[in-house]
Design a protein around this ligand. Structure first.
Ligand SMILES: *[C@@H]1O[C@H](CO)[C@@H](O)[C@H](O)[C@H]1NC(C)=O
Ligand SMILES: *[C@@H]1O[C@H](CO)[C@@H](O)[C@H](O)[C@H]1NC(C)=O
Ligand SMILES: *[C@@H]1O[C@H](CO)[C@@H](O)[C@H](O)[C@H]1NC(C)=O
Ligand SMILES: *[C@@H]1O[C@H](CO)[C@@H](O)[C@H](O)[C@H]1NC(C)=O
Length: 311
């Protein structure tokens, strides 16, 4: 329960892991990073690419995103945009005076029989080919079980499949195909199981749905206590949200009070709990707003927002 967490501790660094470094106010939160167990720095605010497809659309979005300061790009095998991202970056990095090492690329192994398990190492190699890069910064198991649409109701031992997938990812990290490995959509039991047989590498990140309507505060506590960075998707509301968060009265009231947009409030709500975010926008103004989270939501308003889960 969020109400049980000492809210005064929340803005403080993630124990042992997150050295959040605010550099400057103006370009402020775009430069916030957490330090992963590998020593790599991962941007707190990244750019999500779910449902962003097509060479020209991807290139335009990434051009704007790089221009306003995004350095993390989150993709996945199943987003079917890795090739477009690879092509775009090839052209855009020099344009923005950047090199590969200035950006952080996340991808994910698809949770389906042909991609995960024993095929995971090869899946990563295919992603690298599509992304036209020799490594990704972070590679995640997309889901603890197969995507429901990818298989008929088979009788799978997912515990075994997760273990095999993780073993392959750990090998890929040792071989330099990815700098860090992690998971997505994992619950505490999945994480505990993985930690009990981690093949020498602990997960650096768990990416989950995280917004005022959907948040598992005990998962955040668990991740914090195991130095696993929690990263949010659907911060502004997702497919399964019943509440339209951007139009919600509580969100809007907090936004008005702070002179911010509802979107900024929703992102700040996550970041203020040391949860990383990956908003997507095609609109340059929104892209900039989403990077500008240098304000504080009061403890009371944090609680009111979190309580939307119970409404
Ligand atoms: C930094 O942010 C504060 C409050 O958000 C603002 O008052 C101040 O003008 C900003 N400073 C710069 C240099 O942007
Ligand atoms: C890139 O660097 C060159 C030379 O240092 C400079 O002239 C140019 O304005 C820079 N472009 C960008 C987008 O920063
Ligand atoms: C699933 O696989 C694990 C090994 O990863 C094994 O310990 C467990 O007994 C298996 N479960 C079933 C139901 O076969
Ligand atoms: C938060 O909740 C309190 C009562 O629980 C209420 O007085 C206050 O107006 C709420 N704030 C917002 C921004 O909705």
């Amino acid at each position: 329960m969020l109400s049980q967490i000492n809210l005064f501790l929340l803005p403080i660094l993630l124990i042992g892991l997150a050295i959040i470094q605010a550099e400057e106010n103006a370009s402020l939160t775009q430069k916030l990073t957490v330090t992963l167990p590998s020593g790599d720095r991962m941007p707190v605010i990244g750019f999500g690419t779910y449902r962003l497809r097509g060479d020209s659309k991807v290139k335009q979005a990434l051009d704007n995103a790089l221009g306003v300061g995004y350095r993390l790009f989150d993709t996945a095998e199943v987003y079917e945009n890795e090739e477009s991202i690879g092509k775009a970056l090839k052209e855009l990095l020099p344009k923005h005076n950047l090199t590969r090492k200035d950006i952080f690329i996340t991808s994910k192994v698809a949770s389906r029989p042909e991609s995960s398990g024993a095929n995971s190492y090869e899946s990563l190699r295919h992603s690298l080919t599509r992304l036209d890069t020799s490594y990704v910064d972070l590679y995640l198991i997309h889901s603890p079980e197969y995507f429901s649409h990818s298989v008929a109701n088979g009788n799978f031992n997912f515990s075994k499949i997760r273990d095999e997938t993780w073993k392959q990812l750990a090998k890929a990290q040792k071989d330099g195909l990815t700098r860090n490995i992690g998971v997505s959509n994992f619950h505490i039991n999945h994480l505990a199981e993985l930690l009990s047989n981690d093949h020498g590498v602990k997960p650096a990140v768990n990416q989950v749905q995280w917004n005022p309507e959907h948040h598992r505060d005990n998962l955040l506590e668990f991740c914090r206590s195991h130095n696993i960075a929690l990263q949010a998707y659907f911060s502004l509301g997702g497919d399964r949200n019943k509440i339209n968060l951007l139009e919600n009265a509580v969100v809007k009231k907090v936004a008005e009070k702070l002179g911010k947009t509802p979107g900024q409030v929703l992102l700040r709500w996550a970041v203020q709990q040391n949860v990383l975010v990956i908003p997507k926008s095609l609109n340059r103004v929104h892209m900039i707003e989403n990077l500008d989270l240098n304000f504080k939501i009061s403890d009371e308003d944090m609680k009111n927002l979190s309580n939307l889960q119970n409404s």
